[in-house]
Ligand binder design. Sequence first.
Ligand code: NI
Length: 206
Amino acid sequence: MTDIRPPSAWFFSHVPVARIKKFIKDNQIMPNYHRFKIPHAQYFFTVNLLNRKSQLLTEHIELLREAFRKIKKERSFEIKAIVILPEHLHCIWQLPQKDADYSTRWRLIKSYFSKRLPDVEKRSDSCLKRKERGIWQRRFWEHMIRDERDYQHHVDYIHYNPVKHQWVKRVADWPYSSYHHQKGLYLQRPTWQEEITKFNIGEEKP
Ligand code: NI
């Protein structure tokens, strides 16, 4: 039963296992994890810091990159698009065949980053003062990409995000984004930003 992690893991994460079992029985869902964990699937994620006023992610961008590199090497996966904001990040991953364990990968990335932060940063975090561990929100937003259109929509959302959150006026001005590797693709779609402005995907309230 532990294999069940539907696309909306966010929704189920606080539901007792017994209730999930009952839901499956009542709805005659085969307890087959392929229904929920499609191998080689692509996922969109939003991951937040606990302290929404913090800027740790961009202040320690090299450490964060190192964390991604290290875990990618250990547990292969591909980053299709990514944006790092000061206190949260969005990205799309593609996982290998027969492997949909993104949760472990996130746990490892988060802990690699947290453990290596300078002590002064750790102490300054209000949550650590309350003796809670870690600097990240435990939960993360996750969405399984449905099709090509859904994929492009989420890629656009990622690349537009620094403007959406008003860190910069132009997408090209934000350095921590895969936009710079993919900007050529946007030449054929000059209105792409207008199409994405009204969307809100997995954002926390500030
Ligand atoms: Ni955002």
